[in-house]
Design a protein around this ligand. Sequence first.
Ligand code: FES
Length: 142
Amino acid sequence: MKRRDLLGWAIKAMGATLGGFVLYPLARYLVPPSIPEAVTRRVVAAKKGDVPPGGFKTFPFGAQPGILVHTADDRWLALSAVCTHLGCTVQYKNSDRMIWCACHNGFYDLDGRNVSGPPPRPLERYVVHVEGEDVIVEKAKA
Ligand code: FES
């Protein structure tokens, strides 16, 4: 092997190694890890005294917000608080007895059905249990 060939081979090997040092971390950064998201099925959304009749509260439900509504006639209901249009957080409008998205004036009824505005789908509905002072929200069994 000639000295020139050996030098060329060594430069190519060093280039490939350096390229690997740069490209591997870049690829790891760009491709998300395959760690499954923790599944939350049940949370204590509030204490009974936290939400007066006619009021509401948003609460963390896994990685997403939920909305807990205490209606004026003393019913509890809970839904996903993520608007199905573009993902804004919804709120409860006691004056209209509706769930309202302020981003584009979308409305849902208390069953989570989209009734006016741009939301294309209903909100996911959750099951609510009151156990002592705790208001517990659960995902319905699939
Ligand atoms: S994001 Fe809720 S109506 Fe557009």
